[in-house]
Design a binder for this molecule. Structure first.
Ligand code: 9WO
Length: 250
């Protein structure tokens, strides 16, 4: 997997992509993240990357020429795949989208700054826009970091335990179940009995029920779009029945 990033803040991307599971994925050669700074491709004494907008108004807009030159350099270096512009105007990043990106040979992330990118560059070079949520940031770098993280951890061999990716929140459209450490200090206080039972089938069933129940409580919109099995429906009904019946572990 090859990820190229057009950004005025390559250090930010390097930091974000250099730690944890995703950092290890890079070390293992599963992916290569390369940043390209339009500043390095800007011309003139001042190496300008921004300019005042036509039509007036406050703020500056990213010039298309340094971006085009940065993208050309990335392509010449082997950058592959679509150019993705991180922007609140795009469709939302989902786990399904992260999976699709992880299955591709690569992509190029465009990080805007200031008031945005000259629309002509977007029209000519951007293949898709992607939002990480309905809020305005000061630039696209945090969005790029989110995409790199969500995609990087899905690459084959990135996680030490292949099973943990499957067990994750959202991998089956449900929220995660609660987790409890074997903490020395706290002992087993407040830990559900079943987790201490050693009965792995019972534990798996409890976790599934907690996932279903939490999704029902916190993200009913996710459940509404799912087609639950008979067993899942029974587990959820049991969870709901226990709700408000004085159970200490809803
Ligand atoms: C500013 C703004 C102000 C009022 C109403 C809408 C607005 N949108 C923007 C805006 O998009 N500013 C940008 C700052 C310009 C390009 C980069 N910036 C950015 C990207 N802010 N937030 C993102 C972003 C990216 C991905 N997902 C969520 C937010």
């Amino acid at each position: 997997m090859r990820i190229d990033v057009l950004t005025l803040f390559p250090e930010f991307i390097a930091q974000a992509a250099g730690v944890g599971v995703v950092g290890r994925a890079s070390e293992r050669g599963l992916m290569a993240v390369k940043s390209w700074n339009p500043r390095d491709f800007a011309t003139g004494n001042y190496r300008r990357v921004d300019e005042r907008p036509f039509g007036g108004g406050p703020g500056m807009v990213m010039l298309p020429e340094p971006l085009e030159a940065a993208l050309a350099a990335a392509r010449a270096d082997g950058a592959v795949g679509p150019v993705v512009y991180l922007s609140p105007q795009g469709p939302r990043l989902t786990q399904a989208k992260a999976r699709a990106l992880a299955a591709s040979p690569g992509f190029v992330l465009l990080c805007g700054r200031y008031e945005g990118v000259d629309e002509r560059f977007i029209q000519s070079f951007v293949d898709e826009e992607l939002s990480i949520g309905d809020y305005v940031l000061s630039g696209g770098e945090l969005g790029a970091a989110v995409v790199i993280d969500a995609v990087g951890r899905l690459l084959d061999g990135a996680l030490n335990d292949a099973a943990s990716a499957v067990q994750d929140s959202f991998e089956d459209g449900l929220l995660d179940c609660p987790h409890f450490t074997r903490s020395e200090g706290l002992g087993t206080q407040g830990v559900p009995e079943v987790l201490l039972s050693g009965d792995h089938a019972k534990i798996a069933t409890w976790r599934r029920q907690q996932s279903l129940g939490r999704t029902w409580l916190r993200r009913p919109d996710l459940l509404a779009r799912m087609d639950l099995s008979k067993r899942d429906r029974r587990l959820l009904e049991e969870f709901i029945a226990r709700q408000g019946s004085g159970s200490i572990n809803p």
